[in-house]
Design a protein around this ligand. Structure first.
Ligand SMILES: [Zn+2]
Length: 93
């Protein structure tokens, strides 16, 4: 069974186990109900200059991009200050 959780993530069930997976390639990121971002490939870069003055809110604000380690698809983004924990997205089916 496969059920979409977002535009980039699916909930897949196989053999009684449910996993949060990349919708593009099926790479399993986490068990259902667990945070998936720690399993992603993360790139952080300063927001300054990325999208013009309206998004250049401060020199410390970072853009975090979460990529699938299986296929490289962009799964999600968030903004944060350096050292902030990930915004926890626990998908509860
Ligand atoms: Zn993938």
């Amino acid at each position: 069974m496969t059920r979409p959780l977002s535009a980039t993530l699916d909930l897949r069930e196989s053999g009684g186990a449910r996993s949060i997976c990349c919708a593009a390639c099926g790479h399993a990121l986490a068990d259902a109900g667990q945070p998936w971002k720690p399993a992603a490939t993360v790139r952080e870069r300063p927001m300054v200059g990325i999208a013009g003055a309206p998004y250049s809110t401060g020199p410390k604000v970072q853009l975090r991009e979460f990529f699938c380690p299986g296929c490289g698809a962009l799964l999600d983004t968030e903004t944060a200050l350096p050292g902030d924990p990930f915004l926890t997205d626990i998908v509860r089916p």
